[in-house]
Design a protein around this ligand. Structure first.
Ligand code: NAD
Ligand code: ZN
Length: 363
């Protein structure tokens, strides 16, 4: 199946299906990528032994020369130090302006390799080959970045890929916890845009959790579809794109307060989405919005209560550290109903403190 991300002359396709990594060479040819310039595949220490060879064999048998750079799995690889190491490999391997950089992995590899592709010789072809469910979010939209010691995603660019090759079969090797965390963003795409899709996610939680190929493919097509539509309408986050941040204001604070080791991103935003729904209810929306949000997320085994040991003041200050904060008021994405959200800029610290307290009382 093919989805198109509609961005004028920077439009690109997302191919979603089974066993696509084995066909990488054919997709490169279809996109007219030259065989004269080397291809750099960036991946990590978990993904390399599982999936790298398939891509290399396919590209090489189509006549492409490949080199690879394997980074340590995990968020710390999204750093300027690792960025420089990948650059060294690129230069030493003789990559030129017509070369492609392939991101084979999850969001960490995608963000890192994307920033390399954007920067090497002021920009070379970039190909996303996402291997996590979470990466259905990160591989679409063109945001690429590395972290600074003082702040996440601080150094980056908008850089659209040439194509996204999403091999659903590669997801079979994901650890359970990563599966759940990735599905959290899928549910988010339903909650912000499409009630039917949110309901579909709820009805198919079991199949999605057990990585049923048909369910996964459908869910990823819908999830990528929502992301693609939002990004096409607002590539550089002037307005609408901010709805993708549902659950992220508090979610980022939870991640930061937990020291980025305790909670996976998808787990943290799950709690954040429950919190946003509760704030909306306090502001007069139907209680059913909160109940349904929690029901959907819990159906995936995702957390919706605030961990009791997270300090309220620390959470608040982590949130204030975030850029969405002005004059004691915070910008929040709040549900209007299931499948529709609004961006409000006047959520007060008191409202946030209240939901933190209430959600600590939940299970
Ligand atoms: P990740 O890349 O760290 O992958 C999660 C874990 O799964 C890692 O240990 C990885 O080695 C392993 N893994 C990946 N694919 C596997 C497979 N097929 N089988 C077995 N193990 C596999 O993390 P992620 O959750 O994919 O992405 C998180 C990152 O994405 C964060 O850095 C976040 O900032 C970024 N992100 C970016 C955007 C964006 O728009 N650019 C959006 C959301 C998130
Ligand atoms: Zn996210």
């Amino acid at each position: 199946r093919t989805l198109e991300v509609d961005l004028g002359d920077r439009s690109y396709p997302i191919y979603i299906g089974g066993d696509l990594l084995e066909q990488a060479g054919a997709y490169f040819e279809r996109h007219g990528l030259t065989k004269k310039s080397p291809v750099l595949i960036v991946t990590d220490t978990n993904v390399a032994p599982l999936h790298l060879q398939k891509v290399e064999v396919s590209l090489e048998s189509s006549g492409y020369r490949t080199v690879h750079h394997i980074v340590e799995a995990g968020e710390p690889s999204k750093s300027l130090a690792v960025f420089e190491e990948v650059m060294t490999t690129a230069i030493e391997s003789g990559l030129d302006r017509k070369s492609s950089v392939v991101a084979l992995g999850g969001g960490v590899v995608g963000d890192l390799a994307g920033f390399v592709a954007a920067s090497y010789m002021r920009g070379v072809n970039f190909i996303q080959m996402p291997t996590t469910i979470l990466a259905h979010d990160s591989s679409v939209g063109g945001k690429v970045a590395v972290n600074h010691r003082l702040a996440k995603n601080m150094i980056g660019a908008f850089y659209q890929p040439e194509m996204v090759l999403y091999d659903v079969s590669s997801l079979q090797t994901l650890p359970d916890r990563e599966v759940r965390a990735g599905l959290s963003e899928m549910v988010k795409h339903g909650l912000i845009w499409d009630q039917q899709f949110a309901d579909w996610c709820g009805d198919h939680a079991g199949k999605l959790l057990s990585l049923n190929p048909e369910a996964l493919e459908y869910g990823l097509i819908q999830g990528c579809g929502v992301k693609a539509k939002v990004v096409a309408a607002d590539e550089r986050e002037q307005g609408l794109r901010a709805i993708l941040n549902l659950g992220h204001t508090l979610g980022h604070a939870i991640e930061a307060t937990g020291g980025y080791g305790e909670y996976l991103h998808g787990e943290a935003i799950s709690i954040g989405m429950a919190a946003a729904a509760l704030i909306a209810v306090h502001r007069g929306r139907e209680a059913a919005i909160y109940e349904r949000t929690v029901e959907l997320l819990q159906g995936f085994g995702l957390p919706t209560a605030m961990p009791v040991h997270l300090d309220e003041d620390q959470l608040i200050s982590a949130m204030m550290h975030d850029k969405k904060f002005t004059e004691n008021k915070i910008v929040f994405v709040l549900p209007v109903q299931i499948g529709k959200v609004e961006i409000v800029s006047d959520v007060t610290l008191d409202e946030v403190r209240r939901v933190i307290g209430e959600l600590k009382g939940e299970r």
